[in-house]
Design a protein around this ligand. Structure first.
Ligand code: LRH
Ligand code: MN
Length: 437
C-alpha cells in the first residue's frame, strides 16, 4: 500500500525506520555496552547471543491481523484488513518493524483467493514467505454438502469424513503453490455428553482419515497435529492431549509431528514438561504461541506468564545444547486480539518470544547440570532465575537495529500513522458478529 500524501510515512520504509532509530541509538549503545560487561563477567559473549536472537523467527497467523472476538461479540477495529492481500500488507509492517516475522501462516478457507500464485508473488515482493497452512473443518461453508456439526475427520458418516479429508488435501495443494512445507491439522471433533461419542472408535476413525491426509503429503512436507483439551466440544475432544497427538503421529509415520498450542491445556499443566517429552520422542514439530489465564484465551504471548515462555525456550535451548538430532520447529503465533491493535500485539508478542529465547541462551547450563547432579535444588533454581531476571532488552533492540528493523517498533508504528491510513483506505467491512475472526 503506498501511503499517499496525508501526514503518514510508510513504516516499512528503511529511511523512516532509520530516522526513528536515530533518537534511540545513543541510549541503546550505552545499555548494550553495560550489558556486555555484565555478561562478560559471566563468561558470556553478548555478540553470540545477539547473533542467535537475530536468527530467531516466528510466523504470523493471518487470522491474527484482524480484530478477534469471543462467542459473545467482536468489536472490529479501525482499518481492518478485508482480504488476504491486505493481511499480507499488515504482516509486512510487523516484519519490517520487529524483524522477526518473515513468514505468514494462512488459514483456509478464511484466506481463500482466486489466484494463489499472485498471492505468492505479492508476498515475495513484501519479503514474506508462508509457513504451515491451517485447514478448517470446524465450520460449515455455505457451499458445503455435509455438515461438521457432529465432527469432521471422526464423523460417523463416511461422506463427511471424506469431505474433510478432501479439504485437507486441497489445503496441501494450495500450500504447495505458496511454498509452505507443512499442514497444521486441528479438529474440534468431540462430544458434549458422556456416551455421545465412542471414545475408541472416534479415535480409530481419526487415524483412518488422517492416514489419507498423510498419504497426500509431498515428500518434504510435515503434518503438524494440534491437540486441544476442550472447545468447541465440552466433554471429550478426540485429540485432547499430547498423548493422543503423539500416538497418532507415531501411527501415521515419520512426517507427522505434534504441535503445542500453549492455550490448549488445563490451567497449571506443566507445558515445558510436555515439550521435553515430545523432544524425547523426536516428535515435537512446532508451537502456537499465546498466553492464557483460564482457558484457550489466545492472549498475547508473555502477557500473563512470561516465566512459562522462558521455561519452554529453556527446554528448546537445552535440547540444542545437548545436540538433539533433527529438531526443526515451526514457531507460530496463534492469538486473538480483541482490544488492541493487532499489529502492535503481534509485534510485541514476537519480541516476547525473542526475549524468552535470549534469556534461555543466558542459562549457565554447565553449572545447572552440576547443581542438578548434586541435587542442589536451590542453586539449580537460582541458575535459571538469574537468566530469566536478566534484562536482555538491549540485545533484542540491537538485533532489530542490525536487521534494519525498529529499535522502538510500537513508537515507530504509531508515529507512521499507518493505522489511520488503513482506516482511510479500508472502509469498515467487519460486522460485529461473534467469533474469533
Ligand atoms: C484452535 C486453534 C487452531 C486454529 C484456530 C484458529 O483453538 O488454536 O490452531 O485453527 O485456533
Ligand atoms: Mn492454535
Amino acid at each position: 500500500m503506498d501511503m499517499g500524501q496525508n501526514d503518514t510515512a510508510d513504516p516499512r520504509d528503511p529511511n523512516v525506520i532509520s530516522a526513528a532509530n536515530a533518537a534511540h541509538r545513543v541510549d541503546l549503545s550505552a545499555d548494550y555496552d553495560a550489558l556486555a560487561r555484565t555478561l562478560q563477567r559471566r563468561g558470556i559473549d553478548i555478540e553470540n547471543v545477539t547473533a542467535a536472537v537475530s536468527r530467531f523467527a516466528v510466523a504470523i497467523p493471518s487470522w491474527g491481523v484482524g480484530t478477534g472476538g469471543t462467542r459473545f461479540a467482536r468489536f472490529p477495529g479501525q482499518g481492518e484488513p478485508r482480504n488476504v492481500f491486505e493481511k499480507l500488507e499488515d504482516c509486512s509492517v510487523i516484519n519490517a518493524l520487529c524483524g522477526a516475522t518473515p513468514t505468514v501462516s494462512l488459514h483456509l478457507p478464511w484466506d481463500k483467493t482466486d489466484d494463489f500464485a499472485a498471492l505468492k508473488e505479492r508476498a515475495t515482493a513484501l519479503g514474506l514467505g508462508f509457513d504451515a497452512v491451517n485447514s478448517n473443518t470446524f465450520q460449515d461453508r455455505p457451499d458445503q454438502t455435509a455438515s461438521y456439526k457432529y465432527g469432521s475427520l471422526t464423523h460417523t458418516n463416511e461422506a463427511v469424513r471424506e469431505q474433510a479429508v478432501a479439504h485437507n488435501l486441497d489445503c496441501i495443494r494450495i500450500g504447495q503453490i505458496l511454498g509452505s512445507r507443512a499442514l497444521t491439522l486441528w479438529i474440534g471433533d468431540g462430544g458434549n455428553f458422556p456416551g455421545q461419542q465412542h471414545l475408541a472408535r472416534a479415535y480409530e476413525r481419526y487415524l483412518l482419515s488422517a492416514q489419507k491426509i498423510y498419504a497426500g503429503l509431498p515428500p518434504d512436507w510435515r503434518l503438524l497435529i494440534e491437540h486441544k483439551m476442550y472447545e468447541p466440544a465440552f466433554y471429550s475432544t478426540v485429540i485432547q492431549d499430547w498423548g493422543s497427538s503423539l500416538m497418532a503421529a507415531q501411527t501415521l509415520g515419520p512426517k507427522a509431528f505434534c504441535l503445542v498450542d500453549l492455550g490448549h491445556h488445563a490451567p497449571n499443566v506443566n507445558i515445558e514438561m510436555i515439550v521435553a517429552r515430545l523432544i524425547h520422542a523426536g516428535r515435537l514439530g512446532g508451537f502456537h504461541f499465546n498466553d492464557s489465564k483460564y482457558g484457550d484465551d489466545d492472549l498475547d504471548s508473555g502477557s500473563i506468564d512470561p516465566f512459562l515462555l522462558f521455561l519452554i525456550f529453556n527446554e528448546l535451548v537445552d535440547a540444542e545444547w545437548r545436540a538433539v538430532p533433527g529438531l526443526k520447529l515451526a514457531h507460530m503465533l496463534d492469538q486473538s486480539h480483541n482490544v488492541t491493535d493487532p499489529i502492535e500485539s503481534l509485534m510485541t508478542s514476537a519480541i516476547e518470544l525473542t526475549r524468552a529465547y535470549a534469556q534461555a541462551l543466558l542459562v549457565d547450563r554447565k553449572a545447572l547440570a552440576g547443581y542438578q547432579e548434586t541435587n542442589d535444588a536451590l542453586m539449580a533454581a537460582q541458575t535459571l532465575k538469574r537468566a530469566f531476571t536478566t534484562d536482555v532488552q538491549p540485545i533484542l533492540a540491537r538485533a532489530r537495529e542490525r536487521k534494519g528493523a525498529a529499535i522502538d517498533p510500537v513508537g515507530t508504528y504509531r508515529r507512521s500513522g499507518y493505522r489511520a491510513e488503513c482506516a482511510r483506505r479500508r472502509p469498515p467491512a467487519g460486522s460485529t458478529h461473534s467469533g474469533i475472526v
